[in-house]
Design a protein around this ligand. Structure first.
Ligand SMILES: Nc1nc2c(ncn2[C@@H]2O[C@H](COP(=O)(O)OP(=O)(O)O)[C@@H](O)[C@H]2O)c(=O)[nH]1
Ligand SMILES: [Mg+2]
Length: 681
């Protein structure tokens, strides 16, 4: 390896499905590079990662683990991202600032599809990434088969960088395809170089040729060599690999065991030689390395007891220092104290330079995604994930009511995948997120951080009602109280309108039998009565025509006509064959093709029907199912979808129309509403 000067600190995201071994790999990377004296274990709770109370309570990471190490003079920050799909936002945000990603994968072909959304994201954003096939100590399947499966979910060519050395079923080591050196794993220690096993030479040559051919696709000089049967030199290969990695043209695949620290030094070497410098990553995002001033991005927010809010920044240019005033999303703000993070440890620092990750303490203006520096230079921050699961929240103590909304909004600033909504139709405070666990963690944070005790329930469906036939209604309102009384008399026609027309009021009074000045009050009084119809819900699509009436010179007033119209509607509507309406959503479900049949069965089970079935654009091997599904059946749709798709299905939903609901389903809704109204009285 040629010597080179130390580089600026690199940031490496460790991503992959839940339980693939990311936190274990982080532990091994830290032990291998000497950042920790001894390797701890995630199962024993002695690892550096997942030590937060939240991670312990849930038995898995629900936030980033940040750790630093220095190796051969270079410094690295690792961002171990939670693997659960419900915390995918954390991974997305970390990926948006990293120089490279390690995708940790279980050596099981049928589980590989769980990586599809992640690989798609990496390819879409051209983020350099290496796949680490983990758990070789327990692997039973052939690496070839797992690789084949991986190829179906990666848009970029995957190049195997090592071939496994097997003894019986067990993987005992590997041959590096660039150096052609064979290595034997020694659990917990550095691998030792060995002679290439005799039986492996043919396989090794074939794999090496494949590697070179894959690279030749991106380099004409290399292609010529290949065509002339000249094997490029090791240095040429390394140079080409580094270049292709940096541009995310090829994806190297490595083998190892995080638990036994096997293959980890080799992975570290790849990261050292092939990960682009932060200036390159910055340029990729439109940040001019020669430009003026600080350029940095907040990619995560944590809250630590006794310390408060920590905003995690990656510096792409300049020097960030405590107390510095900077534009934050265009508005000037002063930075708080700076800390370097390493697991649960924090080290106070005065400044952070290019490449570094630093936590900025207690700075209100900062939120996840904030851009620090010239607003003109800010690349677009990736859109937050679409909500997939919702709960209604309310405080258990009345006095806390005002605090709740502010607390939720503050949590949503930290976590872009959380949305808070005060629903106008149901009067509920809703939280929208990525799944049951995600929202459970939100509730826990309300308790821990804001001392707020809340209960959650399934969100109410904003039902409405309408009428199916018209009536003529004559109503007189007359009251004598002491001095002058109240008098109004109207005749109206009430009729159903087409769906979506709302409320229409017509005036057909002739000869001034109801004076002009009172007529708007009739319209308004009738409309007010639609707020709650005979079934207990807002009434929509109703026409009211005022065609006759009487008044009294002294006793008639706006208020009298208003009251009279309300009485008339309350008498008329029950005679108009009211019917319940429920909202129906257009739902687009994205799913790998092998699960489409299972998902198609979920739709009718939720009173939905399929409208369209097509290939998902730009997602080879995926389908996009479009369906109409009543909102009442949507609340746990994502749970069902995930259970039949190894967790990878997702959907988007938008209101489409209101549809009539009849029979038992409607009776149940009306009865529940009646009970609710009775209880509120
Ligand atoms: N056999 C074996 N088990 C592993 C290996 N790496 C991780 N594990 C186990 O897989 C489980 C999940 O590991 P963890 O690092 O928490 O996964 P994460 O959810 O991706 O962070 C734990 O029980 C680990 O002990 C490995 O290389 N070999
Ligand atoms: Mg983990």
């Amino acid at each position: 390896m040629p010597q080179r000067p130390p580089s600026a600190p690199r940031v490496i995201a460790i991503v992959g499905p839940y339980q693939s071994g990311k936190t274990s790999l982080l532990e091994s990377l830290l032990a291998t590079t000497g950042a920790i004296a001894q390797r701890g274990s995630v199962t024993a709770g002695t690892s550096l990662g997942d030590r937060q109370p939240e991670a312990r309570a849930h038995g898995m990471g629900v936030a980033l683990n940040v750790a630093r190490t220095t190796w051969l003079g270079d410094s690295y920050t690792f961002l171990d991202c939670p693997g659960s799909v419900e915390f995918a936002q954390d991974a997305q945000d970390a990926l948006a600032v990293c120089d490279a990603a390690v995708v940790v994968c279980e050596p099981a072909a049928d589980r590989v599809v769980a990586l599809a959304p992640l690989l798609h994201l990496l390819d879409e954003r051209s983020i350099p990434h290496v796949v680490f096939l983990n758990k070789t100590d327990a692997a039973t399947e052939r690496v070839k088969d797992v690789l084949e499966a991986l190829r179906t979910v990666s848009a970029r060519p995957l190049v195997l960088r090592e071939v496994p050395i097997r003894e019986g079923r067990e993987i005992k080591g590997f041959v590096d395809l660039v150096t052609e050196q064979a290595w034997r794993f020694r659990p917990g220690k550095h691998s030792e170089p060995i002679e290439m096993p005799a039986g492996l030479a043919d396989e090794e040559h074939a794999a090496r040729e494949q590697l070179v051919e894959a690279l030749a696709d991106f380099d004409d000089a290399l292609l010529e060599q290949v065509l002339e049967d000249i094997m490029p030199s090791t240095d040429e290969l390394y140079a080409q690999l580094a270049q292709d990695f940096e541009q995310d043209l090829v994806v190297p695949v490595m083998l190892g065991s995080a638990e036994q620290s096997a293959g980890v030094t080799r992975l570290m070497k790849l990261l050292r030689h092939e990960t682009p410098e932060p200036q390159v990553t910055g340029e990729h995002q439109g940040i001019d390395p020669q430009g003026e001033g600080v350029a940095a991005r907040i990619f995560a927010t944590e809250h630590v007891q006794h310390v408060g809010k920590l905003s995690l920044a990656r510096v792409f240019r300049g020097t960030l220092s405590s107390n510095l005033e900077l534009p934050v999303d265009g508005e000037p703000a002063r930075m708080g104290g700076l800390f370097r993070l390493h697991g649960e440890e924090r080290e106070k620092v005065d400044a952070a330079t290019v490449g570094e990750v630093v936590a900025i303490a207690r700075t209100d203006a900062l939120r996840t995604g904030s851009w620090l520096g010239d607003p003109a230079e800010a690349a677009a921050w990736p859109a937050p994930l679409e909500p997939l699961y919702s709960r209604a929240v309310h405080v258990t103590k009345r006095a806390d009511e005002v605090k709740l909304l502010g607390a939720l909004q503050s949590l949503a600033e930290d976590d872009p995948s959380l949305r808070v909504e005060q629903n106008a139709a149901t009067h509920q405070l809703l939280i929208h997120g990525q799944g049951e666990l995600h929202l459970k963690v939100v509730v826990e944070r309300l308790a821990d951080r804001f001392n707020l005790e809340v209960e959650t329930e399934r969100p109410k469906v904003p039902y409405t009602e309408t009428i199916q036939r018209g009536v003529d209604q004559a109503t007189r309102f007359k009251r004598q109280t002491g001095g002058h009384g109240q008098f109004a008399d109207i005749k109206i026609k009430v009729r159903p309108l087409a769906r979506g027309e709302g409320y229409v009021f017509d005036d057909q009074i002739v000869g001034g039998v109801v004076p002009k000045r009172f007529i708007p009050s009739v319209g308004a009084g009738a409309e007010a009565a639609l707020a709650q119809g005979p079934l207990g819900f807002p009434v929509q699509d109703v026409g009211v025509t005022l065609y006759d009436g009487q008044y009294h010179a002294v006793d008639s007033s706006d208020q009298a006509f208003r009251t009279c119209a309300g009485m008339a509607m309350r008498e008329a509507l029950p005679l108009c064959a009211p019917v319940l309406l429920e909202p129906v959503m257009t739902v687009r479900i994205a799913v790998p093709s092998q699960f489409s049949a299972g998902v198609q069965r979920v739709v009718p089970g939720r009173r939905g029907h399929l409208l369209d079935f097509a290939a998902r654009p730009e997602w080879p091997g995926w389908d996009l199912l479009t369906a109409h599904i009543p909102q009442a059946e949507m609340h746990d749709l994502i749970i069902d979808l995930r259970s039949v798709t190894l967790g990878v299905a997702s959907f988007t939903a938008a209101f489409d129309h209101m549809a009539e609901l009849r029979d038992k389903l409607a009776d149940d809704v009306v009865e529940a509403r009646r009970a609710e109204l009775d209880a509120a009285r």
